[in-house]
Structures are given as structure tokens and as C-alpha cells.
Ligand binder design. Structure first.
Ligand code: GRF
Length: 195
């Protein structure tokens, strides 16, 4: 049996999650979102998930030690049997507890052309370095911060006069184009041979 279940982890506005859900609704991505989990109760992405009629779960992380929190995440995620776990603006570093429970099944999106500019404020870092091209990356998560095998990237030109906001907005448009395509690649890879 094919497994095309996705779990989404987010902490904020959730525009990447929405782009994935819209690709599913258009029929561009053959998948289903089994659950959307946030570590932040007020995350706009959780409200969007409920608007779509999806299962939206809040698992607050404040004050919970990393390994313990990831253990709670693993227990919750297992009940939805995800083929892939998609980090979509999930503002926590994940521990081996989560990585080892779902090896090579956790994807992340980052607003830079990795391995350049990992970590926070990638777009600001790009502007500070004066690069002429930045972009976005979808990769398989590993124990590093924004490291792991790269699946897809899109380049975005840095324009004269760009601010962090204008550059971020153009990169975000491309993020919304590549995340669902990378998910499709991975789901085909995972499910090949299981038909
Ligand atoms: C995106 O820029 C993503 O690359 C980064 O966090 C941001 C999340 O945005 N990891 P959204 O919540 O998907 O709108």
C-alpha cells in the first residue's frame, strides 16, 4: 500500500503549509495532510489548518526540554502514520529523538541557497554579504541546522534596493513553488516498488 500521508510542523503563519495544501487541492500533488502540529498555540497556520478542515494539534513546547518534547512529537506523529514530516517554519531545532524515529523522512525548507546562510535571518544574511543571487532550498533534515541532502532549490536574484522584506517576499513565492514539488519527488521515491 502506498503511503502518501503528510504531517506538517509549523510555528507561525503557515504560508508554506497552505501552498502544499493548495497543490493537493489542485491535484498537482498526490498526497494528503494527516495532521498539522504546532508548538505555538496562537500560530496562524493552525487556524488555517482548521479552516481547511484538517486535524490541527497544538503541542506547546515552552518550558519542555528538547528530547522530552520530541518524544511527545514522536508519539503524536506515529498515530498519523506519516510518510513524510514537513517542517514548514517550525522554529525549533529537532533532536535525534525525532530524527531517529523517522529516518530520512523529515523535510525542511530554508530561505537561502544552502549551504549558504543557514540559521536565522537567512535573507538578512544574504543582503549583508552582498550576494547577487539567493533563493530557497528544500532538503532532508539531519542533526545539523539547515543541513542534510538537498532535494530542490530555486534561485532568486537580489535587486538593487532590496530590503529584507522585499527579498523575503520574492523568495517566499519560490518556496511555495518548490516545497510541494520536493514532497512529490520524495513520495515517489518512498513509494516506488510498493505499488
Ligand atoms: C519560510 O521562509 C521558511 O523558509 C522558513 O520559515 C518561513 C516560514 O514561513 N523556514 P511560513 O510560516 O511558511 O509562511
Amino acid at each position: 500500500m502506498e503511503n502518501r500521508n503528510l504531517a506538517i510542523l509549523l510555528s507561525g503563519r503557515g504560508s508554506n503549509f497552505v501552498a502544499i495544501q493548495e497543490a493537493i487541492q489542485r491535484g498537482d500533488l498526490n498526497a494528503r495532510i494527516g495532521c498539522v502540529i504546532s508548538n505555538v498555540a496562537g500560530a496562524a497556520g493552525l487556524a488555517r489548518a482548521r479552516d481547511f478542515g484538517l486535524i490541527a494539534v497544538c503541542l506547546p513546547s515552552a518550558g519542555v526540554e528538547r528530547a522530552e518534547y520530541d518524544g511527545m512529537l514522536v508519539n503524536t506523529l506515529r498515530s498519523y502514520d506519516p510518510a513524510l514530516i514537513c517542517l514548514a517554519g517550525f522554529m525549533r531545532i529537532i533532536s535525534p529523538v525525532l530524527l531517529n524515529a523517522f529516518p530520512n523522512r523529515i523535510l525542511n525548507i530554508h530561505p537561502a541557497l544552502l549551504p549558504s546562510f543557514p540559521g536565522l535571518h537567512a535573507q538578512r544574511q544574504a543582503l549583508q554579504h552582498g550576494v547577487k543571487v539567493s533563493g530557497c532550498t528544500v532538503h532532508i533534515a539531519d542533526e545539523g541546522v539547515d543541513t542534510g541532502p538537498i532535494l530542490l532549490q530555486r534561485a532568486v536574484e537580489v535587486l538593487d534596493g532590496d530590503t529584507e522584506e522585499t527579498l523575503s517576499a520574492r523568495i517566499l513565492e519560490q518556496e511555495h513553488q518548490i516545497y510541494w514539488r520536493a514532497i512529490a519527488l520524495m513520495l515517489d521515491r518512498i513509494n516506488s516498488g510498493s505499488k
